[in-house]
Design a protein around this ligand. Sequence first.
Ligand code: T46
Length: 147
Amino acid sequence: METERTIAAAGYATIAGCRLIPLRTVDDPRGSITIVEGEQDVPFPIERVYHLHGVPAGGSRGGHGHRRLEQLLVAVAGEFDVLLDDGAERRIVRLDDPGTGLYIPPGIWRELEAFAAGSVCLVLASMLYDAADYERDYADFLAWRSG
Ligand code: T46
């Protein structure tokens, strides 16, 4: 994982660096608990947690790239699509399982789309909020990616 992190932090991340991570889940008659520990279950220290909720059915979020941020996205309720774009290739991943996270390394454009009503997207992030880490214009994102 260190190798992945080093490559990603150097700005070489591609779609291939985005991957689904099965999360440790303990089930018993009371229900289930899913656990994520920084640098154990995800390849980064967890510095920030936020969640997207109240998104209208069919709604969208995101539409930007991050220069340095690493994230794990989890559909803790409901489901939605995540469009991933490294400037050369695009892929859409449907998240619909609270026991699976989507790891996104730095340098990837993402759009969250087609939210089902009542969905909640939990985000575990490697850095505190930094507005300067965002590329919110796709043309600027491509220009940054191409150096
Ligand atoms: C991402 C997707 C999945 C803060 O003040 N602090 C924060 O930590 C965050 C995440 C947001 N904000 C403010 C900035 C904006 O004024 O909240 C407002 C909405 O943020 P944004 O338009 O970036 O929301 P999304 O849903 O488009 O993107 C968010 C995350 O920002 C982003 O990192 O990958 O969720």
